[in-house]
Write a new protein. Sequence first.
Length: 266
Amino acid sequence: MIELNILKDGKRHAVTMSFDDGDRRDERLVSIFNEYGIRGTFHLNSGRYQGEHPPVRPEELSSLYAGHEIACHGVRHASMSYLDPTAILHEIMADRIFLEKYAGYPVRGLSYANGKYTESCFSPLSACGIVYSRTTCDTGDFKFPENFLAWHPTTHQAKSVEYAKNFLSAISGYYSGPKLLYIWGHSHEFERMVSWAQMEECCKILSGDDRIWYATNIEIHDYLKAQRALILSADHKMVFNPSAQRIWFTCDGEVTSVAPGEMWRA
Ligand SMILES: [Zn+2]
């Protein structure tokens, strides 16, 4: 039997981070992530980069966040639940157009400014090409999202060390499918609410584990979508991969994979 229970590169579990608002302190955060091989997504309000005192110069964005993901957070940091659909379109499309100019790739992710959203936001967001959006509703668990437009994280960074330890214990038990640790926060909270040492300890605890895929938010979204799009024969002896990336799965418990555009046969 085929089971779609393995992540990219045959990894069984994933860790991702997401930090909002954009700040000069992101430089230090990125250097900690890079030192420990942790990867994440930075949700930026493009309006702040178009004023007189941007957090960093727009021309620096692609090098500052190289190896990580730049994503939307709304051009004006407006609470989406109070916007009508036309205002949502403006809030997101203006953000995408500006960020894409400097990121150099299509920007398709979002986190809700002030954590505010309603289900009526989903349709205009999809129309804007947004494929996932992170909320601020911490779940305390290690599940992948059921609905990517309401992607609830595991925990705020204030509890990052505790949850990093909990995650390692959770993945050390019996394997019942992939687990995801998703930590979010703001780099302007460092020193004020959370110490740099705490984030460094969290990254150190999570680093260098060959069971873990260290991914950006969009990489997790794109991999799971491609995995769910695999076409299986009725007897589970053939798997066609119509996507543009290699996808892993198990066949009778053995880890295997199928190349993009190819047919796997048992
Ligand atoms: Zn924010």
